[in-house]
Design a binder for this molecule. Structure first.
Ligand code: MN
Length: 415
């Protein structure tokens, strides 16, 4: 098959074109010719191949070569929305116009032959809590006697916390089981040791490209001026550590040991057909969060997520069910005047739908361990050493196509 062509219906066809950072076989790491990191470059995925975007740009005399011939996506992220569109248009032409084929061909690498790296330098990392189904499940599990499974603030603002940017890792990175303090309600004193309730959270991460000025909130309408794209994200969570430490300041060491992201960042422009209205709002919103006004762009995305443990499907969370949108999350996280930096990453919060098989965490899927999952390789309440968790997703594209998101996978290893 000629390099340009992808099979009919491939979710990574020329309608998608996600960005990543790769190094060709043998070019990266201590054994490489110029030391660690020397071989890294921006890649664009087409089917099961990766285009060396900077090399292709140089060969074609493109003005975008200086943005693309880099070891990170950050320069492209910082360039802003007009440039994002221009580069995407150029790439689409390179990959579809037959006269470019001969020039482009040498710059493809088989996906299976390359090493994939964290595609951007993560600046700040924020995690939200924006699925009503998830929040209600958690409320029922941990506050069974409460009159309302949601906290009083939940319908008025997207709840979030600042996480640890330095431990965001690319898909494929092993996750070392965290250790910490835990204390059950019946325990007389806390104990220290490896987490015995290690969990996942199936989420979507949004990658900020264009920065904002301190003191200047980003309104809902400017979401696409600042956010470059999205990726799947697994917010690994040690429930036992979390339960003991989180009062009153929120998640800390139960979350900060690792957060996995896909190697591929899907530009928002590839997901235009997947935009959808969020669920009906049940409470009036303050003006900076109000997305009900006529003419407001639909803020939701119809992403169909799949969760697998050791290759067995355990859940299918629908992102379209998220109550708070990414635009509202961005408006909220800047409304106090906090500025954005290129490379900021914010995650949606665990994606859970209304049905039991649409829950995005083992906490919910097993109802805090009460109802173990029956997998072909044994029962699971929480994760065991050696377990491999993989999130995948697709979104509807134009004309019945599917837009694939890059998977995020990780294996739990003992310390
Ligand atoms: Mn989370």
């Amino acid at each position: 098959m000629p390099p340009f062509d992808v099979p009919e219906g491939d979710p990574f066809g020329p309608h998608n074109l996600p960005y990543g950072v790769f190094s060709p076989a043998g070019a990266d790491g201590p054994a490489g010719p110029a030391g660690p990191g020397a071989g890294r470059r921006v890649g664009v995925r087409l089917g099961d191949r990766v285009l060396d975007a900077g090399a292709a740009a140089r060969a074609l005399g493109s003005p975008y070569a200086s943005l693309l011939a880099r070891p990170s996506l950050n320069p492209l992220l910082a360039a802003g929305r007009t440039t994002w569109s221009d580069v995407r248009r150029a790439l689409t032409a390179w990959l579809t116009v037959p006269s470019h084929r001969e020039t482009i061909e040498p710059f493809f690498h088989p996906l299976s032959s390359v090493a994939l790296h964290l595609p951007f330098e993560v600046a700040d990392y924020v995690d939200f809590y924006s699925s009503e189904h998830h929040a209600r499940n958690v409320g029922r599990i941990f506050r069974p006697d409460a009159a309302d499974s949601l906290t009083p603030n939940w319908k008025h603002l997207p709840i979030g916390y600042h996480g640890r940017a330095g431990t965001v890792v690319v898909s494929g990175t092993d996750v070392v089981r965290p250790s910490g303090q835990r204390k059950g309600p019946a325990d007389p004193a806390p104990v220290f040791g490896p987490s015995v309730r290690l969990d996942i959270e199936a989420e979507v991460g949004f990658v900020v490209g264009a920065p904002s000025r301190p003191g200047t909130p980003v309104p809902l309408a400017d979401f696409r001026e600042h956010v470059f794209g999205l990726c799947l994200l697994n917010d690994w969570s040690a429930r036992d550590i979390q339960a003991w430490e989180y009062v009153p300041l929120g998640p800390f060491l139960g979350k900060s040991f690792a957060t996995s992201v896909s190697a591929w960042i899907t530009p928002l422009e590839a997901l235009d057909e997947a935009r959808t209205a969020p669920p009906a709002r049940t409470h009036p919103l303050l003006p900076y969060l109000d997305d009900s006004a006529p003419g407001t762009e639909p803020g939701g995305y119809d992403l169909r997520i799949g969760v697998e443990i050791n290759g067995h499907a355990v859940s299918g969370p629908p992102f379209s069910a998220m109550y708070w949108t990414a635009a509202q999350q961005l408006a909220h996280l800047t409304v106090n005047g906090a500025s954005l930096r290129t490379g900021d990453l914010y995650a949606s919060g665990t994606v859970s739908g209304p049905d039991p098989d649409q829950r995005g965490s083992l906490l919910e899927l097993t109802w805090n361990g009460r109802d173990p999952l029956e997998l072909p390789d044994g029962k699971r309440t929480f994760l065991e050493d050696g377990d491999v968790v993989t999130l995948s997703a697709w979104a509807p594209g134009a004309g019945g196509t599917r837009v694939g998101l890059g998977e995020v996978t990780g294996r739990v290893v003992a310390r």
